[in-house]
Design a protein around this ligand. Sequence first.
Ligand code: HEC
Length: 690
Amino acid sequence: MRNHQPNPPKRNGILRFAMLALALALPSACKQMGHPEVVLEDWQAIGGSNAEQFYSSLDQVNAGNVDGLGLAWFADFDTRRGQEANVVMTSGVLYTSTAWSKVYAYDARSGKELWKFDPEVPGSTAYIACCDVVNRGVAVSGGRVFVGSLDGRLIALDAKSGDKLWDVLTVDTAKPYTITGAPRVAGDLVVIGNGGADYGVRGYVTAYDAKTGEQVWRFYTVPGDPAKGPDGAASDPKLAAMLASWSGKWFEYGGGGTVWDAIVYDEEFGQLLIGTGNGSPWNRRIRSDGKGDNLYLSSIVALDARTGAYKWHFQETPGEAWDFTATQPIILADLRLDGEVRKVAMQAPKNGFFYVVDRKDGSFISANNFAAVNWATGVDPKTGRPIESPEARYEKTGKSFSLRPAFLGAHSWHPMAFSPKTGLVYIPTQEIPFSYGDQENFTFQPGEFNVGAMTAEGGVDAESSRLTGAMVAWDPVKQEEAWRIDQAYPGNGGILATGGNLIFQGGPDGTFNAYDARDGDKLWSADAQSGVVAAAATYVLDGEQYVAVAAGLGGSNALFAGVLPRPDRLPNGRLLVFKLGAKAKLPEAPLLDLPPNPPDQIADATTVAAGAQFFGYCVTCHGAASKVTAIMPDLRRSASLSDAAAWKAIVYDGALEANGMVGFKDKLKPDQVEAIRLYIGEEARALEAQ
Ligand code: HEC
C-alpha cells in the first residue's frame, strides 16, 4: 500500500460408505496415542488439545476414502466478515465464535442451534481493528464457554444455556486495544491477551479466575514509563531487565509486544507460552532511539501458569522493526533429536524462520528459513539470533528496502499442524513483499495506524506481482522442507492433520481441500462458496468421524491483499460439517449484480485528486483505488454514490456505524467527504466504460 495521504490510517491491514473401516479405525487411533483409556474423539480446544498440534489420530476418514466425504450439515452466520475460529466440539456440542465476537452452540449431530450470544461490540470498534472484526475461537471448560470480545472484554457463558456468567473489561478503552485471539484455560484460570500494536498500545496478558472473573495476575510484555515505577504486576521483577533493552520514548507510543494470538498451556511444565507481537511503532529509530533488543518484543515468553511469574524467554527478532510478530501459533511436541526425546515448542513466525526451542528452559535448539528471507542471511546456530542484512534496517540507512517476508508475514495466524505420524509440520506460507522506509516526519496520531515505516518511496514494490502462497511440509528435526504445494494466492487457510494421513486446508478461492499428508497429493475438494481461512477440526460422534470448518473470507489478507475469487457471489460466513457418505447441499449463493452508479455531476480534476487523497481513510476496509476487497460493498455500485445526502449520512454521520462503517465526522469535513464521493464517482464511470 502506498502512503498517499498524510500518516494514512491504514490497516494491514475460502462415496464410500465405510462402517467397516470405522469399526477398525477407532481402536487403532487409541493404540497409537498409547492412552487407550483416554477419549480422543472430541476436539476439546483450539488445536484439538492443550498441545495445539491441530492433529487428531482419528483415521476413519483417510487417504483411501476421503473422496466419499460429503456435507452433513451447515449453519449460516449473520455476516460476510471474516471467520477465523477453530471450532470446539465436546460432549456432542459444537461451540464456535464468529466475526464481531459472537458465540454459537450447536447440537453437533443435527446442526440444530442450541443458543447464541452477542456481546454487542460497538460498530465503531472496527476502526481500530487492523485486520477485520474477526475472532479466533472460544475455550470451553467446567461448564463454561469463554470468549474475548473485539472491544476488549473477557466473557464467560454458561455452556448449556449461553447465559452470561461474567464479563470483565481487560483493556484501557482510552487506548486502541482490540481482542481477536482466543482465551485459553490453564487449570482454574482463564488467560487472555490483546492487540493494537500497529496503533499504539502496550502489550500484556491477564489471567482471571475462571469461576468468578476476578483478576489473578497480569504480565506486561514491554516496560511502561520508567518515571511511573513498577506496575504492581507479575512482570515487575523483570522490569529492570526489560528497561535495559529500551531507549527513547517508547512508552509515549505504547511499545507494542501485544499477545494477540498464541497462548499455549504447557501443563507438563506448569507454564503458559505466550507469543508476543511487534514493536509499536514498527520503526525502532522512533520507538527506541534506534537501539536495543526491546524485550520482550517478538518473543516466546514462558510464564508460571499460576502466578504469571517469568520463567524464560526466547526472542526471535531482537530490535524488531518490520512488524515481525512472534504471535503465530505455538505447537508443543516431543521430538527425537540426536537420539534423545526433547520436549519442544515449535513456531513459524512472520519473520520466515522455523524455530524449535526446548520448552523446559527456552534454550534454542534450531532454526531455518521456511520461506524466502532477505532481511537476514540466517540464524546463529548457537544463540538463535538472526544474522541481519544491514540494508534491511531502513531506519538506520534511511533508504527504503523491499523486505521478504514483510508485515503480513511468511506465515501469520493461520494455524499450522504437526502430525506425529508423518513427523511433519504443515505450514500455510505466503510471499507478500513490501518496501519499508523511514518515515522521517512521523507524528504520532492517537487512535490511528502509527507504524513510522511507510513512505512514498516504499509500499508494494514491482515484485508485488509475485504474491503467492504455498503449503510447506516441514521436517522439524532436519529443519528442511520435505515437499510443498504451490498455491496461486497468499492467505491460505489454517491446517488440520489427521491419523488418516490427511491434511485439510481451505483457501481464499472458496475451496476446502484434503491432501495426502505424505506427499501432498490432492485427494478431495469441496466448494465452500466463500474463502476458507480458518483451520478445520475433527471428532467422532456415534462412531462417525466428522470434519468441521468455518467458511468466511476475511482478515488482513482479504482486507488488504484482497484476493477476490467470486466477488459477484459471496454468501455470509458459515459453519460447514462433513462426514463420509453425506449429501447435503449448499443453496446457491446470491448474485450481487449491482450496476456502477456514478453521480451525474462531473467533478474537476483537483476535487477528484483531493478525493483520492482522503480515500486513504477508507482503503483499509474498502481496498486501494476502490478495487473492492472481498467482504465490503463495492462503493462504485453503492446506491448512495449518486445521492450526496445519503452518502453524507453514511460517511460523515455514521448511519451504518452498527455494521462497522464508522462515521468520519471527527476526521473529515463535509466537503472532503463529498470529494471522496466524486472521486469514487469517476471510478464508477471508468468501471461503466469497461
Ligand atoms: C473500519 C472499516 C471501514 C472503513 C475505514 C470505511 N468503511 Fe465504509 N463500510 C464499511 C462496512 C463494514 C460497510 C458495510 C456496512 C453495512 O453492511 O451496512 C461500509 C459501507 C460503506 C458505504 C455504503 C455502501 C453500500 O452498501 O451502499 C459507503 C458509501 C462507505 N462505506 C463509504 C466509505 C468511505 C467513503 C470511507 C472512507 C472515508 C469508508 N467507507 C471507510 C467499513 C468501513
